[in-house]
Ligand binder design. Structure first.
Ligand SMILES: [Zn+2]
Ligand SMILES: [Zn+2]
Ligand SMILES: [Zn+2]
Length: 308
C-alpha cells in the first residue's frame, strides 16, 4: 500500500510507493512479463497465448483501491515495435480502450483524475521494453491539471481552444493537421521537441469523441511517433500524457474543464544529447530551453512528412 504525504511547503501531494523498488527491471526478452503466456513457457502477466490489447492492474501500483488505481495497457502481444508501428486498426482500438478506462476509472468515487500515459525509452526510466502504456487514477487533482484549469479561468474559456486557434492562425509551429486533429510544438514549449496533439472540436474527454475523431487521433499520434523516430533516425524517447477533464470528486461535485489533448515531452534536445532538469528547472521551476520552438517545429514537420 502506498502512502500519501502532503508537502506543506510546496502545497503538493507526494506518493510513497516503496514496494515499487522490487519491480521487474529490464528483463531479457524471454522473461518479458508483458508477452503472452505460451503453452509450456513461463507464466507472464497475461495468461493467454495471444491477445490484441491487454489491460490489468499494475502489480507494483503507485495507487490502488480504495485510494486510486494503477493499470497497465499492453498495446500488442508482439514484443517489438511501438505506438508508431501498430496497425492503424490496432491504434484505433487503443483509443477505445483509453476511452473505456477513463470512463470506468473516472466513475469511481476514489478517483479524481485519470491520467493515461506512456514512458518510452530507458532515458525516461522505462523498465520494460514491450510496447505498453499505463493509467493512473489519482485520488486527488494533481498540480498540472490544476494549472490547466486555472488557465481556463485566466483566459475566460477553454484554454486549449484558444491556444489551438492561435497556433492555427500563426502556423509556424504546426507539425501535423487532419480534419479532426492538429499537432504543434507549443509557443512556450519546455522541451525541444515537445508536441501537443489537440482535437479541433472542444471535447472534454475521449467519451465525448465520435468514432471518426478517435480514428483521427490515433492516426495523428502514430504520425508523430514515426516522425520522432525519423528525426534522428533512432527510437525517440518520450513521455506521453493524455489530458482530459477531471472526473467526479469523492464529494460528488461535478467536474468541469478540460479539452482532450495529448502532450509529448521528449528529453532529447539534439541527437544523443539529453536535457536534464537542473538548478533552474528544479529550484525555480523555470525551464531554460536551448532551442527555438519554431525551428524544432520545422524539423519535426519535415520528419513527419518524410516518415508518412
Ligand atoms: Zn514482451
Ligand atoms: Zn476546448
Ligand atoms: Zn495538457
Amino acid at each position: 500500500m502506498s502512502e500519501l504525504r502532503f508537502d506543506a511547503l510546496r502545497g503538493e501531494e507526494v506518493v510513497y510507493a516503496i514496494h515499487r523498488q522490487e519491480r521487474t527491471f529490464l528483463p531479457s526478452r524471454e522473461h518479458c512479463p508483458l508477452c503472452p503466456t505460451h503453452p509450456g513457457g513461463p507464466k507472464t502477466e497475461i495468461p493467454f497465448p495471444a491477445f490484441e490489447i491487454a489491460v490489468f492492474e499494475n502489480r507494483f501500483p503507485a495507487f490502488e483501491a480504495p485510494r486510486g488505481a494503477a493499470e497497465v495497457i499492453v498495446y500488442t502481444d508482439s514484443h517489438e515495435g511501438s505506438l508508431g508501428t501498430l496497425s492503424p486498426q490496432r491504434a484505433d482500438a487503443l483509443m477505445w480502450v483509453w476511452r473505456h478506462r477513463y470512463a470506468e476509472l473516472g466513475a469511481r468515487e476514489d478517483v479524481r483524475y485519470v491520467l493515461i500515459f506512456e514512458n518510452r525509452g530507458v532515458e525516461v526510466g522505462v523498465t520494460l521494453h514491450h510496447p505498453h502504456g499505463q493509467v493512473y487514477g489519482y485520488p486527488f487533482l494533481p498540480p498540472v491539471p490544476q494549472h490547466e484549469l486555472r488557465a481556463d479561468e485566466r483566459l475566460g474559456g477553454c484554454a486549449l481552444c484558444s491556444l489551438l486557434a492561435g497556433e492555427l492562425d500563426d502556423g509556424r509551429r504546426l507539425v501535423y493537421e487532419s480534419q479532426a486533429v492538429a499537432a504543434y510544438v507549443p509557443y512556450a514549449a519546455r522541451w525541444a521537441y515537445e508536441a501537443h496533439v489537440v482535437l479541433r472540436t472542444h471535447r472534454a474527454s475521449l467519451v465525448e469523441c465520435d468514432a471518426g475523431e478517435l480514428r483521427s487521433l490515433a492516426a495523428a499520434l502514430q504520425a508523430l511517433v514515426r516522425g520522432y523516430d525519423a528525426l534522428f533516425d533512432t527510437p525517440f524517447p518520450y513521455v506521453m500524457v493524455v489530458h482530459q477533464a477531471p472526473t467526479t470528486s469523492a464529494a460528488g461535485e461535478a467536474a468541469g474543464g478540460g479539452h482532450v489533448h495529448v502532450e509529448f515531452y521528449p528529453p532529447l534536445r539534439a541527437a544523443g544529447k539529453l536535457k536534464y532538469l537542473a538548478g533552474s528547472e528544479q529550484g525555480a521551476g523555470t525551464f531554460i530551453a536551448d532551442t527555438v520552438p519554431e525551428e524544432s517545429a520545422a524539423a519535426l514537420r519535415e520528419a513527419i512528412a518524410l516518415a508518412a
